[in-house]
Design a protein around this ligand. Sequence first.
Ligand code: MIC
Ligand code: SF4
Length: 645
Amino acid sequence: MGKNLVYKILETHLVEGKLEPGAEIAIRIDQTLTQDATGTMAYLQFEAMGVAQVKTELSVSYVDHNTLQDGFENADDHRYLQTVAAKHGIRYSKAGNGICHQVHLERFGRPGRTLLGSDSHTPTGGGAGMIAIGAGGLDVAVAMGGGPFYLACPRVIKVNLTGRLSPWVAAKDVILALLEKLTTKGNVGCVVEYAGPGVATLSVPERATITNMGAELGVTTSVFPSDEVTKAFLRAQKREDQWVPLTADPDAPYDRTIDLDLSSLVPRVAKPHSPDHIATVKEVAGTRVDQVMVGSCTNSSYRDLMLVASVLKGRRVNPDVSFGIAPGSRQVLEMIAKNGALADIIASGARILESTCGFCIGSGQAPKTGAVSVRTSNRNFEGRSGTKSAQVYLASPETAVAAALTASITDPRDLGIAYPEITLPAEFWIDDSMILLPSDKPESITVFRGPNIGDPPKSDALADTIKGVVAIKVGDKITTDHIMPAGSRLKYRSNIPKYAEFVFEGVDAQFSKNALENKKAGVHNVIIAGASYGQGSSREHAAICPMFLGVKAVVAKSFERIHAANLINFGILPLTFVNESDYEAVKAEEKVEIRDIQAALKAGKDLLLTTTSGKTVSLKYSLSERQKDILFAGGMLNYTRSRSA
Ligand code: MIC
Ligand code: SF4
């Protein structure tokens, strides 16, 4: 029997385990990326490992998230990241050079390679035929140190693309259609592999839009074959020598196949407040719009910006709309500046924003009270825009620019404008001068540490009995934005005690204070949650800060992959209900106890949670022996230290 593309790449990188769906495997990581919001912790942990030079083929540290610099904190982090990169063999992409995923795709994405990134949208690289996976910073630090990455060997879903997109229908509509089918829940442990004749009709940046937002499906990653289109893209980036052809064998097995006819698709949006809350644009057409934002790692490529500029040329943004545009990279910005498209954008009345994440993560551009904001980004969780009452719709650049012109959600096919076909240039503008190379005299570099940068907190070995209280009980689809807000709080990413003050800020403003008091009184904190707990970002702060507050276990109906791994890395037990209906049995603020944890874990037996109201609830877990050992040690850092000792 033949092999699918995912297993072909995994096979060449396998260092432990067998390629059998569900089994734990370890793979060698060729490339890593970090961004500044997760990077400081990742490099502090890397430094703690005592490895002088990274052992990967390529490691890049990007600064793209925290560039607002309203205070010294972000700038301190940037300088720390720059010096630590210079010292340890890491390239450093300066603030202003662009969003990590866009820049990485342009300059480093390489078919057949593995990439581990401390950001959940790392799968963007799948657009160029790599296995690109998002993980917590600690896992990335381990990979930089030469350690393998452990994951559950995925089940592979084939998406068979046929046909070709119609005018005004975009790559974004492909992934929105898939989110409609597969939703954000229930896809943990899967990888999406694209195949079929429709693949050749999509450019690499379009493929990257699709793999980027595959993160919202909750899959481990998504990948496209590497073909002539990939080759042309690499050639245009002056990297043709890095091309290799890669496709699945014709008789390759898959867990299941989804057929998607590109020509049948229509423009779609994700309605507030979830990326899988899908409607066709026609269904919501006429909704009044206050703000439109084009950018983010999903839709900020040269192709996307040229499309928007071509529509705006000679036209004016509706006076009732605030329209912001953030090009994904300096390459994109320079190219549209040189070819005049930027002038068309400026003339239309759009606001030009820095090439960073910015609005996508609520770092600036918060819309007005109750605003409707149409954005080309990938997440519309409540409050993420910085305005709790805002209604955020996710859409393609085509649909976004239509809303900017009309101040209402509008099917771009109804604009009455000739569709501007955008072709990619034969050569992109290449200038890597903002990607600093590591020092050739690493010993001469002193790492800068400003007052905002604290050491990662220590965790204790796993307690045999958890005796404490349900510090919070939450429902389904709790995202890492709920657990650990970003936006205006981002600047505390390097200062755990301070950042921990904001855990669950928007859900229960007293949580942090109460949890810390419990901890001081020796009472363990337990979180009770519904399905898909920890959706969204890879931020390990959603585990580190609860750990700092004395959270010992999260009991949920189900977990998202990256967050579950982060909990384990920081010594917090991720447990699930044997009977989901028991979720109802455990009340907020109730006293709870889980005994004999070590013995049960060693024997692979269920755990029992007892409540003060006299109920007993069975709990299970999905942990490999290695993960159990990490938990016994009280987290990955302790585990690594004990093993090297
Ligand atoms: C996000 O889109 O939520 C982020 C900000 O990029 C996060 C990373 C972070 O929280 O720093 C992600 O997606 O992993
Ligand atoms: Fe940045 Fe938004 Fe992409 Fe996250 S999703 S990496 S915040 S642009």
